[in-house]
Design a protein around this ligand. Structure first.
Ligand code: NI
Length: 202
């Protein structure tokens, strides 16, 4: 009996990695669509996080010189204008050199804007960019097309699209972290249970 159980265990161990590999292949076969889905969801995720934020949390800074939530919003809205789409169009047109992206540019462009107005602006710009992205009818054949990044040199369209989605997720995490830390100022002794509330954690 023991021998039978062992051999059944062996069979399932043999099969499991193959099934996981098959799942990976399915996911990997639609990278452009996966990015598009993420890009489409981000405005409503951000909108929900902002709607839940008390006014004082919107301008809470976790460190001297670090961005507060309103500044993060101005940065992601500005990137819709000056970063992602111009670079994508550059790759699709002549594969030339990208303009440098000014990470602080949004702070100037949107000085004085409220969080609510910035969320609306970001959503509108993102919708327009998604429509443009759709119009390019990108296929797997486009993924290896390249442009020239001012710092990294040659980068592919695939990397740029992945970076766009990654950038969304990273700033969602940042906004969530800032809310954690803003509310977290009042938790008293519970502070010890939150790694984000420990000194020196980022
Ligand atoms: Ni950023």
């Amino acid at each position: 009996m023991n021998g039978v159980h062992r051999s059944q265990a062996n069979v399932s161990l043999d099969v499991a990695p193959v099934r996981r590999y098959a799942d990976d292949v399915i996911v990997m076969s639609r990278p452009i669509e996966d990015v598009r889905q993420m890009l489409a969801q981000t405005p409503r995720i951000v909108e929900g996080l902002i709607a839940a934020a008390p006014a004082e949390a919107l301008t809470f800074r976790e460190a001297d010189g670090a961005w507060h939530i309103v500044e993060v919003l101005s940065h992601i809205a500005d990137a819709e204008i000056t970063d992602w789409m111009p670079r994508l169009e550059r790759i699709l047109s002549d594969g030339g050199r990208f303009m440098p992206f000014d990470r602080e540019g949004g702070l100037t462009r949107y000085r004085g804007w409220t969080a609510e107005a910035l969320v609306g602006e970001f959503g509108q710009l993102r919708r327009a960019n998604l429509e443009k992205l759709e119009s390019f009818r990108l296929s797997d054949l486009h993924r290896q097309m390249t442009g020239v990044h001012p710092e990294f040199g040659e980068v592919t369209l695939d990397q740029l699209l992945a970076c766009w989605a990654t950038h969304d997720a990273a700033h969602i995490a940042q906004i969530s972290r800032l809310l954690t830390r803003a509310f977290g100022r009042r938790v008293g002794p519970w502070r010890k249970y939150f790694s984000l509330l420990q000194e020196g954690r980022s």
